[in-house]
Design a protein around this ligand. Structure first.
Ligand code: NAD
Ligand code: TYD
Length: 350
């Protein structure tokens, strides 16, 4: 019986990873540690919350004493670390919170793993989930490889880069068995509507302006969240200790082109005449330090571990829009209260 600690399991990607592991591996005990910040939501996991191999622990990874006690009590065999502050715009307004959770929180987890595993590192694994944003911004074609030098440009990506460096340093210095993956932009069910795709779906549904930063020419490489969870499963079980794996779907979209697909998809699904929602597009002040383009070369995980994305983008967008239409209560719950204040702070003077 393996005991696996998954951090950030109530968030967007974490909830898909928890679901996959709880359902696929009945022989594992899955512990989901989450602080339940604005981005964490136990409603994401109602379908598996009563499974006998699932336990939820509410706690903060920044609290080193709590993390040590949790390891002491449960003696985990492995960690899959996803808990993080994850939104670039929030990192521009409040970088310190990103340093606390993403850097200090990660080091607390590394310290606990090192302490409790030090007598025998065999069969242990610290899996750190990271982002392609650590590589910086692409301008002249090309792709991010696992060997691309780090060049983070936002407080968010700088904090993730720092945490990646600590993870590697703990392997190099103490021999901790680690693996890291760096994934491109995710989309799909359960994503908090502050990121581009769910924010714009919500605004289209509510006939609100679609705030396009700058000219809408920035390029992102989009992957369906369940495919990311599948990649994490493959790396966890088949990845080589000490290696880094880039995850992406070779699926680049200029923001404006993606927004047009979203408008078309939502219009079709709710019976609005085609093109109606395009009139909601509103150009607003660009994000400070806005990275131009991200694009992942995912050849290594495809060739070495046999993973590949399961969905074409249009299919994934269709499924995503369907999910938000079928889960209006979820959407209403997360877009009330503090969300309204966030939205007005973020967009009123743009
Ligand atoms: P998210 O913001 O939806 O979820 C983060 C989760 O972490 C939430 O449940 C939150 O409550 C929890 N959390 C935050 N601070 C915490 C703390 N101090 N202690 C315990 N729990 C805390 O994020 P996401 O989009 O699901 O991203 C998950 C991970 O994947 C992050 O590490 C992120 O950097 C990485 N990632 C995200 C993307 C993406 O497109 N969303 C792409 C690549 C990598
Ligand atoms: P986002 O979903 O925040 O992901 P990231 O910045 O981590 O890639 O943004 C995706 C792209 O969409 C990015 O180029 C910024 C842009 N964007 C907008 O144009 N308007 C918005 O309101 C948001 C949230 C993002």
């Amino acid at each position: 019986m393996k005991k696996i600690l998954i951090t950030g399991g109530a968030g967007f990607i974490g909830s898909h990873v928890v679901r996959l592991f709880v359902k696929m591996y009945k022989e594992y005990q899955i512990f989901n540690l989450d602080k339940l910040t604005y981005a964490g939501n136990l409603e994401n996991l109602t379908d598996i919350e009563s499974e006998p191999n699932y336990t939820f622990c509410k706690g903060d990874i920044v609290d080193g004493d709590y993390i040590r006690e949790l390891f002491e009590t449960h003696r985990f065999d492995a960690v899959i670390h996803l808990a993080a502050e994850s939104h670039v715009d929030r990192s521009i307004t409040n970088p310190m919170e990103f340093i606390q959770t993403n850097v200090v929180g990660t080091v607390n987890l590394l310290n606990a793993a090192k302490h409790f595993w030090k007598d025998d590192f065999s069969d242990k694994l610290f899996y750190h989930v990271s982002t392609d944003e650590v590589y910086g911004s692409l301008h002249d074609g090309g792709f991010f490889l696992e060997t691309t030098p780090y060049d983070p440009q936002s407080p968010y990506s700088a904090s993730k880069a720092s945490s990646d460096h600590f993870v590697r340093a703990y392997q190099n210095t103490y021999g901790l068995p680690v693996v890291i993956s760096n994934c491109s932009n995710n989309y799909g069910p359960n994503q908090f509507p502050e990121k581009l795709i769910p924010l714009f779906i919500n605004n289209i549904l509510n006939n609100k302006p679609l705030p396009v930063y700058g000219k809408g020419e920035n390029v992102r490489d989009w992957l369906y969240v369940v495919d990311h969870a599948r990649a994490i499963d493959v790396i966890f079980h088949k990845g080589k200790i000490g290696e880094t794996y880039n995850i992406g779907g070779f699926n680049e979209w200029k923001n404006l082109d993606l927004i047009k697909v979203l408008c078309k998809t939502v219009d079709a699904k709710i019976g609005r005449p085609e093109g109606t929602s395009l009139s909601l597009i509103t150009y607003v002040k660009d994000r400070a330090g806005h990275d131009l383009r991200y694009a992942i070369d995912a050849s290594k995980i495809m060739h070495e571990l046999g993973w590949e994305p399961s969905l074409q983008f249009e299919e994934g967008i269709g499924k995503t829009v369907d999910w938000y239409l079928e889960n209006k209560e979820w959407l209403n719950n997360v877009t009330s209260g503090a969300y309204l204040q966030y939205y007005s702070d973020q967009y009123q003077n743009r």
